[in-house]
Design a protein around this ligand. Structure first.
Ligand code: SF4
Length: 279
């Protein structure tokens, strides 16, 4: 979305394709027309993403005024309809309230309404439930599922929580230290993870019948982004690393139809209930 000011931010290589257009080549004005309209974003922390000194209804309406020629009266109607759609009770009253007067769940609904008000083709949700308690999390996920179908839009969910992935995603890209290490359908990833990092992530989720000692932990620390290992970024923490892992980055390989992995050893690693073993 090119939200990071450049300089100091810099995208040194690659493309960001949206409907065939490379977003990195668009002018600031063209990008502004897409941002918030065709591609919208819901951020992680609703309290810091909303402006504390404006009523929440006005903050949603601002998106409309930026992208559409619309009267104040019609904009207010649209905002109230959207607030109702995202499950905000008594929207006419809430419209004039300030962020601090709403609960965390309500604030997140306001941000979702803000993201959806221009009917985007793609909604990017960055850890949208992290700041919420589990009951509200479940409600917000349900809301995302319903709205995605209602608006027939793409939903790109960024999260560290594999439970959320299982709930909302069709397709998953697992990232480690700035690289996609595994990509597949939700069934591929959960039934047969191929990358040691994905496997460790799945095995580190506590279950009701899991004793503490059987949880998998990943030794070591995430490498410094200014000093990534030359080869596989996971090599300093991977118990299966071989020589080549330290000197050459593994290419993305098609393992099965629609399931790919970036690991030199994926064919030699076998997964059982709790452990990875090398053949
Ligand atoms: S490429 Fe090597 S270090 Fe990287 S995940 Fe595979 S086995 Fe581990």
């Amino acid at each position: 979305m090119r939200l990071i000011p450049s300089p100091p931010g810099r995208i040194s290589t690659g493309e960001v394709l949206f409907e065939g257009k490379n977003l990195l080549k668009l002018s600031a004005k063209e990008m502004q027309n897409i941002r918030g309209k065709d591609i919208a974003m819901v951020f992680q922390e609703p309290m810091t993403s909303l402006n504390p000194v404006f009523p929440v209804g006005d903050q949603i309406a601002e998106v409309l005024f930026t992208h559409e020629k619309i009267s104040s009266h019609r904009a207010m109607q649209r905002v109230l309809e959207m607030m109702k759609l995202v499950g905000i009770p008594a929207p006419a009253e809430r419209y004039f309230q300030y962020p601090h007067q709403l609960s965390g769940g309500m604030r997140q609904r306001i941000l979702i309404a803000m993201g959806l008000i221009c009917n985007p083709k793609l909604l990017i949700a960055d850890e949208p439930t992290t700041a919420l308690d589990v009951t509200v999390q479940a409600q917000i996920l349900e809301l995302f599922r319903n709205l995605q179908q209602h608006f027939d839009m793409g939903l790109l969910m960024i999260t560290h929580n594999l439970g959320i992935i299982a709930e909302v995603a069709d397709e998953v890209a697992v990232m480690y230290a700035a690289k996609i290490v595994e990509h597949g359908t939700i069934d591929n990833i959960f039934a047969r993870p191929l990358h040691p990092y994905t496997f460790a992530l799945l095995k580190s989720i506590p279950k009701l019948n899991t004793s503490k000692s059987s949880l998998v932990t990943i030794p070591g620390n995430v490498p410094n982004p200014l000093d990534y290992p030359v080869g596989c970024h996971f090599c300093t923490r991977c118990p299966y690393a071989v020589e080549v892992c330290f000197v050459q980055p593994p290419p993305m390989t098609n393992a099965t139809d629609g399931h790919s992995v970036a690991c030199w050893c994926w064919e030699n690693i076998e997964l059982d209930e709790n452990h990875l073993t090398v053949k």
